[in-house]
Ligand binder design. Structure first.
Ligand code: LLP
Length: 419
């Protein structure tokens, strides 16, 4: 069910009018549907109902504490990649015993925070990291739950920048190397081996790469168990794709069916780290057309949201559907939808066939809930935009718009420049 729908030619998020929200909070803004977020989480989790599992939402995809709270209340955990994400998750009330911590570059202070919080496990990405976690746990007098992030060397068939499970990628430890690392971990004083993890990439739209990776992890778990190394958690990462345009990714229920069938009797609790599939289609970016112009036959709509607000088109060439907030039955034309930033990479759409737009008109950039606000920046000294959560016919500011003071917070002009 899609909760971004037109009623009398006007776009609504649930029962809240997008135009009215834009009028009251100004543009640009991110707008999420509470019902969609909750439903996507439930559909994903219920798809795995027949096996023990924890859904560890990938915080990086959408990090607002109000949104993390929604999933925490549904019984979810989180996948973290920094001390900052840990802070957010704790603030949102996520249970630390449902937190996993991934990432190739965990700092000692971040490791300490996670140890003190009592997270379920570190997904360890190198031998040196393993040693560091053991040492820090020793210093703090705590136990560290660990799993190794295995690089299964499968091609997820996705954009090169977001594929992570190939041997040339920086992520994880290869299968043979991880056997050695597990044997080493078994001898360390302060770590408890808990699981095995992998994450092969993002926006994956086929089942085969997931099943290939699962096969390799299963074999590794078998070998570990033969050696007396107990494995209780199997973390298959995130990565399930969504429909931005014409993609036809497996539905979460298909994804779950195939994984459950291929795993057989694993005697493990499954962990999943979905991000995009939960939040991607639960959020939109609302922007206003500042100007339109034509250069030698090429038409542009210049809008008030830029690549600092939504970097995906400029960074990956990603497609996001763009729709008028109020449908006026305009004829379709071809144009570029561009932002105000001084970079040619600052566009939301290129050569797009869409209804002609006018100055002042509102546009909705669809499927912007994942890696939208969370990748936004202050580039060109643009205050970051607000995040709004709609629930039924009401809406809530879950992050207010930044102002110019926010932009210079923490900056200082040294004394020698004052004389
Ligand atoms: N787990 C780990 C260890 C990850 O690195 C990621 C994403 C996820 C889970 C969640 O993946 P998802 O279910 O959302 O596909 N900025 C890019 C995507 C980068 C993904 C990074 N890792 C984009 O906008 O497409």
């Amino acid at each position: 069910m899609n909760y971004f729908q037109y009623q009398n030619q006007a776009l609504y998020c649930e029962e809240a009018s997008v135009e009215q929200i834009a009028r009251e909070v100004g543009t640009p803004l991110y707008l999420y549907s509470h019902r969609t977020l909750r439903q996507h989480f439930r559909v994903f989790s219920e798809a795995f109902a027949e096996v023990p599992h924890i859904i560890c939402f990938a915080v990086k995809s959408c990090s607002n504490t109000a949104i993390l709270r929604i999933f925490a209340r549904e019984g979810g955990g989180v996948d973290l990649v920094s001390g900052g994400e840990l802070y957010r998750a704790l603030k949102a009330g996520v249970d630390p015993s449902k937190m996993v911590y991934s990432g190739v570059g965990k700092r000692e202070d971040e490791i300490d925070l996670a140890l003190r919080a009592g997270i379920l496990m570190f997904n360890v990405e190198s031998f040196q990291e393993l040693e560091t976690i053991d040492a820090r746990a020793g210093v703090l007098g705590l136990r560290a739950g660990i799993g190794l992030r295995v690089n299964p060397d499968v091609d997820p068939g996705t954009h090169a920048h977001i594929s992570t499970g190939l041997k040339e990628n920086k992520f994880g430890i290869n299968v043979e190397g991880s056997l050695l690392a597990y044997r080493h971990a078994a001898k360390l004083k302060n770590v408890d081996i808990k699981g095995v993890s992998c994450h092969i990439g993002s926006q994956v739209t086929k089942m085969a790469p997931f099943i290939d990776a699962l096969g390799r992890l299963k074999e590794l778990i078998r070998r570990l168990r033969e050696e007396g190394i107990a494995i209780h958690y199997l973390d298959l990462g995130g990565g399930l794709g969504i429909t931005y345009n014409q993609e036809t990714p497996p539905h979460p229920s298909e994804y779950a069916r195939a994984i459950i069938d291929a795993s057989g009797e694993m005697d493990c609790t499954f962990i999943f780290e979905p991000g995009r599939v939960i939040v991607g289609n639960a959020g939109i970016l609302v922007t206003r057309v500042l100007y339109t112009k034509e250069n030698e036959g090429k038409r542009f709509a210049i809008v008030d949201a830029g690549m600092n607000d939504l970097v995906r088109p400029g960074m990956y060439g990603s497609f996001h559907q763009i729709q008028p907030v109020i449908q006026r039955g305009q004829e379709e034309i071809t144009m570029d939808v561009v932002g105000p930033i001084c970079e040619s990479g600052d566009f939301l759409a290129k050569g797009r066939r869409m209804p002609a737009v006018e100055r002042g008109e509102l546009l909705a950039v669809m499927s912007a809930g994942a890696y939208g606000f969370s990748m936004s920046s202050n580039y060109n000294s643009r205050p970051r935009i607000p995040e709004i959560l709609a629930r039924d016919d009401r809406w809530y500011v879950i992050r207010k718009r930044e102002n110019c003071e926010d932009l210079v917070r923490g900056e200082e002009i040294p004394d020698f420049l004052n004389t």
